[in-house]
Design a protein around this ligand. Sequence first.
Ligand code: ADP
Ligand code: MG
Length: 260
Amino acid sequence: MQKAKNNGFVLETEDLYKELGVGEVAVQALRGVSMQVQRGEVLGIIGPSGSGKSTLLGLIGGLDSPTTGRVYIDGIDITDMNERQLTRVRNEKIGFVFQTFNLIPTLTAQENVALPIQFSRNRKNNPKKRAAELLDMLGLGDRMKHRPTQLSGGQQQRVAIARALANDPSLLLADEATGNLDTASSDVVMKALWDVKKNLGTTVIIVTHDMDVASQTDRIITLIDGRVAGEDDPRTTAQLRAVETLKNKRSTGEMPRVRS
Ligand code: ADP
Ligand code: MG
């Protein structure tokens, strides 16, 4: 039985440290990251390249274990779980979206989304039906029978988001999900992530180094050198100022709004 915390947070991390590599090339990728995320939040994690963003997301999603520290998902401590238990947490509680879409080229959009439901141990949904609902919600109702090569980048990423949602996860984790997209497609994907929160109540964590993307979240955590940076750090201050400027441009209509 895993230790449980009844604090209502969908995610909590306690003092996470992660050392990567061994011996002389060892890197302290994370140096004491503590954070709490409420259900239904759209959280942005920003920071320079190499600051530990992907490492943190990997620990949150149970892809890897911390050197020290703890990770709680829905109040359940996943830190000491074995690989079989972690696989189950990943399948049932976490959805991942990456920079590359990783869709199966021989399958249609609908078949790609249905696949994780077919492989799920306690199947909650009818695979084809749920896939159609999710694609419809993300504006791809008329693209279900298309294969990935017949879709644009923004459309493929929305299929990948639908696939990540197939088993109704508590947390959707997006690592540079707009990194391969132009501005217009990036806005379409951000709108899709907001539709996910609005329609399903899913908590969304978006890792990005794009200030424009970051300006479209509820809250931002900045990582610098593996730590949550204080706002007095000049790099954090500059980033937050950039985000603020973009938020203002959206509110005055100078830039299009993605939230509806
Ligand atoms: P970010 O996603 O913010 O760019 P990462 O989490 O990928 O940063 O990396 C954090 C630090 O850990 C970097 O210094 C990176 O070079 C290092 N790192 C990442 N993966 C490995 C690995 N497998 N072995 C050794 N060092 C790594
Ligand atoms: Mg990264």
